[in-house]
Design a protein around this ligand. Sequence first.
Ligand code: 7O9
Length: 388
Amino acid sequence: MLKSLILPLIVSSLISAIGSLDLSLSGKIGYRAVCYYLATTICAVILGIIVVTIVHPGRGDSESIARAGISRNVTTVDTLMDLFRNMFPPNLVQACIQQYRTLLLAPLKGTGDIHTWTMSHEYVSGTNILGLVVFSTALGISLGKMGSSAEPLITFFQGMSGAMMTITNWVIWFSPVGVFFLVSSKILEMESFSVVIGQLGMYFMTVLFGLSLHGFIVLPIMFLIVTRKSPFRYLTNMGQALATAFGTASSSATLPVAISCLEDKNHIDSRVARFVMPIGATINMDGTALYEAVAAIFIAQVRGISLSLGSLVAVSITATAASIGAAGIPQAGLVTMVMVLDTVGLPAEDVTLIIAVDWLLDRFRTTINVMGDSLGAGIVNHLSKGEL
Ligand code: 7O9
């Protein structure tokens, strides 16, 4: 139910929020939000690298961990270029259901030439959310510039956005039941908790420790310093959104609930919440960035590869890029992880080492992602108060 609200909600919220703000003010708000996103994501990655280096969960006995094969021919450059190609979709209707993906085709047998790969592309199913966010932002900016002739359209999108929030408030009534069943079905699917956690226990705890440090210490301190208000009261008010994030493992599905908590319980200006949150859900993933850095270094440790300072820097850059780009990369989950592994020269199949606990860690990192977006909305709202 929440997922069905995402598409109309982000499009109408972005257009109406940006359209109803003064152009220079929406520029400032966007700039503040993006600075916060970058700063916190980089903090998360560095924190992850420090934690995984100190705890050192990988003990170099890769044979004890089961392996399976997955392969698709991709390069990091293609993956990142797909991100830019998805930002500017040629057809908006198609963007609602498909994403662009580069294909590398192996040389044909019998043609003599065994070195030339052909580049092609395909459209895979999945909403091209990045393209829609970029277009909605552009439309919002243009409406903001047009003055009174844009008013009917702004009113229309305000109505749409308001209606989606009304439906959200109905759906929220189901959330305790929904979260309960989403989590318990996963627990029942699991063979045995000790099998899952056993081999990967240290790794699991390392990620969890890193995420908690970031979510309960780094981000709240930032919030406290900037706003001088209690971050824990603020986060308690976000409880419903955080529980939904944990239950659904999806920051996009949580978006409607998060906006509702921000506006109704934390009294964030609705123009700020509806502008900043869809962008945050798309590009700001602190938990994911921390997780990818920890996972790559853990796998290197298991394989007995020691990483130079240069590789650590490379990991932090790709993990940051992967978390910013995830929504623009088709089938992101695995692909972005492979991209980070690639920078340290590890093979793609090695993601199978950590797949067993991914579904559970996904829930924790999504919760931190939503926490980061929400605290960011509070910080941007505080900084922009005078101008609003
Ligand atoms: C996690 F803002 C929205 F609502 F428009 C929006 C819609 C869709 C935002 C993002 C997306 C989207 O498709 N995001 C996406 C995120 C796509 C693929 C992978 C991921 C990464 O997800 C996180 C992770 O796996 O670490 C996490 N599950 O925050 O949702």
